[in-house]
Write a protein that binds this ligand. Structure first.
Ligand SMILES: Cc1cc2nc3c(=O)[nH]c(=O)nc-3n(C[C@H](O)[C@H](O)[C@H](O)COP(=O)(O)OP(=O)(O)OC[C@H]3O[C@@H](n4cnc5c(N)ncnc54)[C@H](O)[C@@H]3O)c2cc1C
Length: 349
């Protein structure tokens, strides 16, 4: 079938990729002028994301629905990663999505054990996958971790590298029709409406994230991240700090980089990171990894997470159109399973 996709961020390009694998012909429309837009432009939230795949820890905000979809997605990411690597060949250093299946850690300071217990109770259905660690065990898993912290291992979590994943998926879609720099005004059954008129397809997908706010109950939730260069700092897994006021995490990237994220602010302001956010994120990171004092701040980034009123994913299917949105703070965690469900609903898998 001929499929039109409005929005080629995370959902749009991954949806296009799965449709291409199922034998469909895909046209992708995106307002960005490049497949690989830089941070100076308004671009998909997917580029800013830390890339944590945390079905257990994200139960705190998304409950069981997020855990079930997240666990399915982890299985699907293995398949997607394998497919992309096989296409690019083993020598390509940037092939695949950078999938890292390393259990993550959750830590808290002694005085914050009360608020940590609240989160642990929310994760209670999965207690067999949440293990309290002795101090030395925690430091073995995360060298450099400050002594005196409480720590838990979250089994079956991981992370990936969003920038690499976005590029690899786009590369696999080289036979698709890319219509970049093309803002979509509206998406209707079988039809993508552009400034210069409608274009007809057998089926259309609306995956514009916050760009679909005129047609869906979607809002943007501001998130800020900091990228560090920390040579000699050995971190191979995501570490999450439980704190009464902040949700802060550190996620490793290749070449001694790491991401500290992320604020969650009810605002659609895309302006640069605030002094307060910068101080809070850095202080939180430094409080658990003192050796980060000598790391260098490479860049900061700000973006909007597309969120529904209940902060859960939305799939709407009618004849000739599927709208997918609201992946909020779990887009990388949920996208493969949400797309699998959406393609199944539309009979396109
Ligand atoms: C700071 C931050 C940290 C995050 N960390 C994580 C994490 O660790 N793990 C995780 O799972 N998720 C994380 N996320 C969430 C994740 O990035 C999002 O859930 C995900 O990107 C949403 O995917 P999407 O395709 O719906 O939207 P987007 O990725 O935003 O893509 C939307 C696309 O639509 C295009 N578009 C918009 N309007 C139009 C229009 N009118 N016409 C044409 N094109 C249009 C945009 O240019 C964009 O390319 C994070 C997000 C942020 C902001």
């Amino acid at each position: 079938m001929r499929i039109g996709i409005a929005g080629a961020g995370l959902l749009g390009r991954l949806c296009g990729f799965q449709l291409m694998r199922a034998g469909h012909h895909v046209t992708l429309f995106d307002a960005s002028t490049s497949q690989n837009p830089g941070p100076e432009s308004i671009r998909a939230a997917a580029w800013t994301a830390a890339g944590m795949l945390s079905p257990i820890a994200e139960m705190e905000t998304g409950g069981d629905e997020v855990r079930i979809l997240g666990e399915r997605s982890l299985e699907l990411w293995k398949d997607i990663d394998g497919y992309l690597k096989a296409k690019r060949g083993p020598s390509a250093t940037d092939s695949g999505v950078g999938l890292q299946l390393q259990d993550s850690l959750m830590v808290c300071h002694g005085g914050d054990l009360g608020s940590a217990q609240r989160v642990l109770r929310l994760l209670a259905p999965d207690t067999q996958r949440v293990t309290k660690l002795q101090q030395d065990e925690a430091i073995t898993l995360a060298p450099g971790l400050k002594r005196g912290l409480h720590a838990w291992q979250l089994r079956g979590e991981g992370h990936l590298y969003p920038g690499q994943a976005m590029q690899s998926i786009a590369h696999a879609l080289h036979d698709a029709d890319w219509r970049l720099g093309t803002a979509v005004r509206e998406v209707k059954p079988h039809t993508v409406i552009l400034d210069n008129g409608p274009e007809r397809f057998d089926w259309v997908f609306d995956t514009r994230g916050t760009g679909a706010a005129d047609e869906l109950p979607v809002r943007g939730v501001r998130g800020e991240v900091i990228s560090l260069f920390a040579p000699g700092f050995e971190l191979h897994r995501a570490v999450r700090l439980l704190h009464p006021r902040w949700r802060v995490y550190l996620v490793p990237r290749p070449q001694s980089r790491l991401i500290i994220g992320a604020t969650e602010i009810e605002s659609e302001d895309r302006s640069p990171i605030s002094v307060q956010s910068m101080m809070e994120l850095l202080s939180a990171a430094f409080s658990i990894f003192p050796s980060l004092a000598e790391a260098r701040i490479v860049s900061t980034d700000v973006n909007l997470r597309p969120a529904t009123p209940d902060n859960l994913p939305l799939i709407r299917t009618e004849d000739g159109i599927t709208r997918i949105n609201g992946l909020f703070r779990h887009g990388w965690l949920l996208a493969p399973a949400v797309i699998e469900k959406a393609l199944g609903n539309a009979g396109l898998n």
